[in-house]
Each structure stands twice: as structure tokens, then as C-alpha cells.
Design a binder for this molecule. Structure first.
Ligand code: NDP
Length: 320
């Protein structure tokens, strides 16, 4: 490492680095990273590093692999990715605001990510450049199955939101064979754009839009699965995005949001009504499991990743 390097001799997975440190990045081992803006709050480094520490016992070739976080402004994403490839980074996770704007910077995009129009996982190609994947849909399907006993195939799903997370969720529901998908959003112009984008993927017309303020409750079966992909509930004091009083007793509720404070307003309200409900921590962990599988070719220890995420957030332990 050069004497002018602004980073310590051994980079720390606890630090949030930037392009200045990346310019001087020198590590013997393989580096992985999450890129976001902001990124300081990310629990991905403890989650992935806990898994890597365990995997290294069976896979000596993973010795020296470590996962870091980088705060990268949107306009610096292109040089950041070029430098990371040059400095031997094998994999990258992308979070807000990079998941969509990265698309034109990639050399390859897998079919699922292309359909979702968003990428959260990059794999360095040996011949140069990056291949993009989207593991958020996998994370959603896994947490629905494990936390709420829901199989998307044949399910009736009510999806709240029309942003990036909702788009990934809608594609996953359609690809996995949901029976019907109602999508509600506050801004109706964004909802209309979203429905137009989904139309080519929905030849059998399973998708129906609605105004979040006027949910067509009467059309929904008793065992509907509600997925919140709005950001309402993220900030302290936010209300639940929806009145759970309108749901039948078999409704299951997944809120993509998770919080250090514990249950989100939607999860708390659903549980108070006696409904099965889960927050977005399982989705976060399972998207990470799939990313690490893509980078290593091995099966990561999901429970270890969940334990590390709970510890980092100060939440009680729970099953992955
Ligand atoms: P976007 O900014 O792309 O979309 C935000 C959505 O929330 C829009 O549909 C927006 O509606 C809606 N919204 C925002 N404020 C309100 C409000 N006051 N009332 C009603 N609707 C509102 O965000 P993303 O799609 O990227 O993320 C959505 C959420 O999902 C975030 O909270 C994020 O943390 C979470 N997420 C969780 C993941 C996990 O692994 N657990 C993975 C990815 C995302 P409008 O169009 O009207 O503005």
C-alpha cells in the first residue's frame, strides 16, 4: 500500500469507504462490497463476513475473502465499478440509488434482472466487466415460504407500491405463477406506467391496479397475501400503509421494511389483529444468501447470516 494511501493497512469491514480509499485499495484477498448512498446503516458487511468466516473452514480457497461497504454517489458509480474490477473485487451488491441506473454500465444481465429492470448483485467477469443479477425476488419468495408458509404459485397477492421493489416483487409473482396480482399505489400516474410495463409479461391478465386509498377488498379472496413495497413505515412515526381491519382472518402480511425498533407499523397492526405477519429482514437475508452463492458457488449458511443481521440491528435472534 502506498504511503499516501488514506486507508489503514488492513481495510476494515466496519468502515464506510469512498472512491478516495478505492483508488488506493490494496488487499491480498478477494474483496466483496455493497455500494449505496447512503450506506453507513447497511448490515450486509456483518452478514456476509459471518457467513464467509464459517464457509472458509470447508472452502480454503475462500480464505482472505472479505465484504466491505462503499458510499458512492450516483454520478461516481461508473468509475467505482471500473476500479473495483481492476482491484480484484469479485462481487458487488447495489442498494439505493444504484439498482436501476447501473443497467447501462453492465456487460451482461441475466434474464430475471432484465425483466425486473433492476440489478442488486454484480459478478466480476474474468474477461472484464460485470454480470448483473437480481436476488431480491428470490429473497421475497424465500421469506414468504419460510416465514408465512406462502407459495407464490397459485397465490392471490396484493402488492402495495409501484417503485423499484414493487417491480421486482411483481415480476417474481408473475414468474412463479401467482393466480392474481392486485397492485395499489398512491400516485396513479406511476401506477399506470407500472401497469403498462407489466402488460407484456401478463398475457393472461392476472394483474389489476387500484388506488391505494380505495382498495377493492370485495374482489380479494380470504387467504390473500399482502406485500408492502411502499416505503411507508420506514421512518419513525409513519402509519401503516393500509388499514388491516379490512382483511379476512386468513390474510398473511409481508412488509418489506425492517427496523431496528422492532415490528413495523404494518406488522404490529396485522399481528394485533391475529394475522400471520413478517417484516423484510428475512428478504434481506435471503437475497444476501443468493448473492453469496453466486459469488462463491457454495451454499452459504443462512442462519449464520440471519444471526449476524439480528446482532447488527440489535434485534432478538430469529430463524432464517
Ligand atoms: P421507491 O422509492 O422506488 O418506491 C417507493 C414507493 O413507496 C412508491 O410506490 C411510493 O408511492 C410509495 N410511498 C412512499 N411514501 C408513501 C406514502 N407516504 N404513502 C403511500 N405510499 C408511499 O422505493 P423502493 O421500491 O426501492 O423501496 C420500497 C421499500 O422497500 C423501502 O422501504 C425499502 O426499504 C424496502 N425494500 C426492502 C428490501 C429488503 O430486502 N427487505 C429490498 C428492497 C426494498 P408513490 O409512487 O405514490 O410515490
Amino acid at each position: 500500500m502506498s504511503s499516501s494511501s488514506p486507508i489503514a493497512a488492513t481495510p476494515s469491514p466496519l468502515e464506510a469507504y469512498g472512491l478516495a480509499e478505492l483508488a488506493h485499495w490494496e488487499r491480498a484477498g478477494v474483496s466483496l462490497a455493497v455500494l449505496g448512498h447512503p450506506v453507513a446503516h447497511s448490515v450486509s458487511p456483518p452478514m456476509h463476513n459471518a457467513a464467509l468466516a464459517e464457509m472458509q473452514a470447508q472452502r480454503p480457497d475462500l480464505a482472505g475473502w472479505s465484504y466491505f461497504k462503499f458510499d458512492v454517489e450516483p454520478e461516481r458509480l461508473k468509475p467505482a465499478l471500473r476500479w473495483m474490477h481492476e482491484r480484484g473485487f469479485r462481487g458487488v451488491n447495489l442498494t439505493v440509488p444504484h439498482k436501476v441506473q447501473v443497467l447501462p454500465l453492465l456487460d451482461e444481465i441475466d434474464d430475471e434482472a432484465r425483466a425486473m429492470g433492476a440489478v442488486n448483485t454484480l459478478l466480476a467477469r474474468p474477461e472484464g466487466g460485470w454480470r448483473g443479477h437480481n436476488t431480491d425476488g428470490y429473497g421475497l419468495a424465500q421469506t414468504l415460504r419460510r416465514d408465512l408458509n406462502v407459495e407464490l404459485k397459485g397465490a392471490a397477492v396484493v402488492l402495495l407500491g409501484a417503485g423499484g421493489a414493487a417491480r421486482g416483487a411483481a415480476i417474481q409473482c408473475l414468474r412463479d405463477g401467482c393466480a392474481a396480482l392486485w397492485i395499489g399505489n398512491r400516485s396513479l400516474d406511476k401506477l399506470d406506467d407500472f401497469l403498462v410495463q407489466l402488460a407484456p409479461l401478463d398475457p393472461d391478465e392476472r394483474v389489476h391496479g387500484f388506488d391505494l386509498a380505495r382498495p377493492p377488498v370485495d374482489e380479494w379472496p380470504a387467504d390473500v397475501v399482502v406485500v408492502n413495497a411502499t416505503s411507508l413505515g420506514l421512518k419513525p412515526g409513519d402509519p401503516a400503509p393500509f388499514d388491516v381491519g379490512m382483511f379476512g382472518s386468513e390474510t398473511r402480511v409481508l412488509d418489506m421494511i425492517y427496523r431496528r425498533e422492532g415490528a413495523t407499523p404494518l406488522v404490529a397492526a396485522a399481528r394485533a389483529r391475529g394475522l400471520q405477519a413478517a417484516d423484510g429482514l428475512g428478504m434481506l437475508v435471503w437475497q444476501g444468501v443468493r448473492s453469496l452463492e453466486i459469488w462463491t458457488g457454495a451454499t452459504p449458511p443462512a442462519q449464520t447470516m440471519m444471526d449476524a443481521a439480528c446482532r447488527a440491528l440489535g434485534l432478538p435472534p430469529r430463524h432464517a
